[in-house]
Write a protein that binds this ligand. Structure first.
Ligand code: SAM
Length: 330
């Protein structure tokens, strides 16, 4: 379905839980956040109903995220049920990988074959620090399990934090040279109150490309190699097996081609990551709304989508949105 600005809105990112087994410094506060109770989040049946309706309205792509999707009980069975929705062409998963060792094969067999795994440091101590206590070995085992299970492409999400992991960027590029991974360098975004130091931590993607370009020869991948690359700029590392992706949502908006909506764990359709407008679906689902009513709410959300957000990095006064990323679904 087209929005007011002629964009075809066909991609739904679904946060299936606000809970997470990690506490990444830029994603959620160490304390002081309130976890939602079981009754406050959508039941799997409700998510399946929303996705089925969205697919009837032209959505073709879903990404499961959170919080950490793999901490929600019954995830694999839910993924298998999602896979059965006729017309849904593409299902992918974003995970921190900490539990992937246990679940990779089951998820793959359920029909999810594309995965993004978050990894901000290759150094054990720094990984522990940025994730608020995570063990890098769990993730490395998870990545190995994903490779073994057959996931392709495997994408690694790396949020670049100036003064913390920018000295590791070349190590990550080297990883993409050796392994058939796509390393996606992500600009930190001003989400919630967590990122109080964000202007100091922000490293613009173009600066990052300059750093990489001094050591590696990058070849732009013409067109989109994977349909799933979305707004990422993709480069092949010359002579290497993998790729680099640059996600510069802050320094270069991609609002003009934005095709996404987000379903939050508590059942709101969020029309733009960085705007507060949401349409509540949970109340309607709880009161057994008809399919027409549900379709009407989805349509309303699509028509509420703004032309663009106003996040900026030039004046060092970054605008924030007020929910945590783990709440909205990154
Ligand atoms: N728990 C899963 C994970 O770690 O991948 C899925 C949820 S997490 C919110 C999804 C992605 O959002 C992760 O790659 C994370 O690094 C990214 N993210 C979280 N907060 C961010 C921020 N402020 N700016 C940019 N990316 C962020």
């Amino acid at each position: 379905m087209l929005d007011k600005y002629d964009r075809d809105i066909n991609y739904l990112r679904v946060s299936i839980t606000d809970r997470c087994n990690l506490r990444c410094t830029y994603c959620r506060p160490k304390e002081g956040f309130s976890l939602k109770g079981h009754d406050d989040i959508l039941r799997y049946e409700d998510i399946l109903r929303v996705v089925s309706q969205a697919v009837k309205m032209g959505f073709i792509k879903v990404r499961l995220t959170g919080g950490e999707p793999l901490v929600r009980r019954g995830f694999v069975e839910f993924a298998a049920a999602l896979k059965k929705i006729q017309g849904l062409q593409d299902i992918s998963l974003t995970t921190n990988g900490a539990l992937l060792d246990k679940f990779a094969e089951g998820i793959f067999n359920a029909g999810i074959t594309r995965i993004n795994i978050s990894l901000d440091s290759l150094d054990e101590k720094k990984y522990f620090q940025v994730t608020g206590g995570g063990n890098i070995d769990d993730v490395l085992r998870g990545i190995a399990a994903a490779e073994k299970a057959g996931f392709a492409p495997i994408k690694i999400n790396t949020v670049v934090l100036k003064g913390f992991n920018d000295d590791e960027v070349l190590n990550f590029v080297d990883l993409a040279r050796k392994k058939p991974f796509q390393i996606r360098f992500i600009e930190i975004m001003p989400i919630s109150e967590v990122n109080i130091n964000q202007p100091q931590e922000f490293l613009a993607a173009d600066q990052l490309l300059n750093i990489i370009g001094r050591h590696f020869q990058l070849e732009p991948v013409n067109g989109k190699k994977h349909k799933s690359d979305g707004p990422a700029r993709i480069f092949k590392v010359k002579g290497g097996r993998g790729e680099i992706g640059i996600i510069n949502s802050v320094s270069h908006h991609f609002c003009a081609t934005c095709n996404r909506m987000r379903l939050t764990a508590d059942g709101k359709l969020r029309v733009c990551l960085l705007k507060e407008e949401e349409v509540d679906l949970k109340e309607a689902l709880n009161s057994h709304c008809s399919d027409e009513e549900l379709a009407g709410l989805i349509r309303r959300a699509i028509l509420l989508k703004p032309e663009r957000h106003d996040m900026d990095c030039t004046d060092r006064h970054l605008k924030k949105c007020y929910r945590d990323m783990s709440d909205i679904g990154g």
